[in-house]
Design a protein around this ligand. Sequence first.
Ligand code: ZN
Length: 76
Amino acid sequence: MPELVEDEIKRYVETDGSNCLFCAGDKLHLGKLRGGTGVTFRDITCLGCGETWREIFHLAEIQYPARADFAEVERP
Ligand SMILES: [Zn+2]
C-alpha cells in the first residue's frame, strides 16, 4: 500500500478531489455518500490504478438564507 504525504492530501483537498492521489488520473468512481451524526463520507476508487480511499466531510458553514447560485460562487 503506497504511503501518502501531507502535501499530497492537502493538494487533493484544495482541488476538490478531482484527480487520483496516487496516479493523478481523473477517472474516479465516487461511492455513495454515507454517514451518521456529525460525519459524512464516501469511498473513492481510481479506475486508472485501482487504489481506493475515503473522503470524509464535516459541516463547515451555514448559509442563511440559502442562495440559489451558491454552487457557482467561488470559494474565498
Ligand atoms: Zn489512480
